[in-house]
Design a protein around this ligand. Sequence first.
Ligand code: HEM
Length: 119
Amino acid sequence: MVAFTAMVISSCESKEALPVIALPSNCDTTHLTYNGGIDSIINTQCAVSGCHVPRGGAGAASFTTYAGLSSYASGGKSAQIYTCLMYGNPYRMPNVAQPGWNTCDLDKITQWVLDGAPQ
Ligand code: HEM
């Protein structure tokens, strides 16, 4: 049972569909790139102290570089970052939302992953 729970927690596996959420009118989810804005969302919402930084917390992978992030962002709907951001996922990320986290950030990261996570 412990081994099963550990496997589920660390993989964020969930197959639930992402509900459609009305985007704020000024939320542009086109032509997203890591260097063109996704980096600042990741650096303020995920790669924060105690979380997705080197030697962060509880074994979380480091997302401080594109190289460290891209393996978790590739694969479209099966990418770990995509499944981890899904509603209904009991281990949904961010597990502790940082100041300023909003649906536009959520939709930009998920659209970037669906676009193939370009650098
Ligand atoms: C939108 C921001 C975030 C995203 C996209 C994200 C994404 C992910 C992903 C893909 C995983 C599974 C891969 C791994 O094991 O590292 C994960 C696990 C984890 N994340 Fe996050 N995360 C975010 C924010 C946070 C924050 C703010 C914290 C700390 C408060 C955090 C703590 C963790 C921990 C502890 C794990 C489990 C590591 C394990 O058990 O192996 N994450 N997250």
